[in-house]
Design a protein around this ligand. Structure first.
Ligand code: NI
Length: 252
């Protein structure tokens, strides 16, 4: 049976990899003040699994990433780094790459597509708390209850939303992370965090605050200000629960 699959493997390690550990009498493992951080490299390979059912064993992926990491001493949040890791994966004769990513914190990851080797996408995650009531303007309470059930309870209910914003940085922007945080804080957090979306936010005056619509509003609030700040928006994802999210791509 021939079919194409993408196999993803994440390799977690301390970074930088060459720090001294536990050499002195008072050293602690982990150190109380740790200059290193944990990072996660994810390698995605695409191809046709063979008769074993494997596209590729995870062992050579782990070995290739760890061997490469021991030799890379330049910045890791760069296209040069991703191209170098891609070359190492090719040299290790792994199947063709579908993508690489680097997670440097739970809120902060980079994505690289071999089809666009000069572009490195940055994704930052934010959180905001808000209440809402799902209801269509012009419908009666009974009609809204029939459409949305308990999500249309008249006094509303709350969520802790997660907002993932993915951008393509521009080399002219010196600190992409700080710039993105500033714009998201000003354009989204100041408007939506700790608010009742239906009652407090004019963006939802005539718009049912579903997770799809919240993602759309965030996209619309962010795209132009990010462009002004030198960042191209790729997409916005809003998570309403750990199991439910909506993504809206940047407008073309
Ligand atoms: Ni809800």
């Amino acid at each position: 049976m021939q079919f194409t699959a993408v196999l993803s493997r994440t390799v977690r390690m301390a970074w930088p990899t060459d720090r001294a550990e536990g050499s002195g009498l008072f050293d602690a493992l982990p150190p109380l003040v740790d200059p290193a951080r944990s990072v996660e490299w994810t390698v995605q390979c695409r191809g046709k699994p063979d008769h074993t059912g494997y596209l590729v064993s995870i062992t050579p992926i782990d070995a290739a990433v760890r061997a490469w990491a021991s030799t890379w001493h330049a910045a890791i949040e760069s296209t040069e780094c991703m191209r170098s890791l891609a070359a190492a994966c090719a040299a290790a004769e792994l199947p063709p790459l579908a993508g690489l990513s680097l997670r440097v914190s739970p809120q902060h990851a980079y994505y690289w597509d071999p089809a666009m080797p000069e572009r490195l996408q940055l994704q930052l995650s934010f959180e905001f708390a808000a209440s809402h009531r799902l209801a269509l303007p012009g419908c009666s309470d009974a009609e809204n209850q029939a459409l949305f059930g308990k999500c249309s309870n008249p006094n509303g209910h709350g969520h802790n939303y997660r907002l993932d914003v993915t951008v393509t940085p521009h080399p002219s922007v010196p600190n992409t992370v700080a710039t993105l945080e500033t714009v998201v804080d000003r354009e989204v957090m100041s408007r939506l965090d700790h608010k009742h979306l239906n009652l407090d936010c004019p963006e939802f005056a005539d718009l049912n605050p579903s997770v799809e619509h919240i993602a759309l509003v965030c996209r619309n609030l962010l795209q132009a200000p990010l462009r002004t700040a030198g960042l191209d928006l790729v997409s916005v994802t809003v998570w309403e629960t750990a199991k439910t999210c909506a993504t809206v791509q940047a407008a073309s």
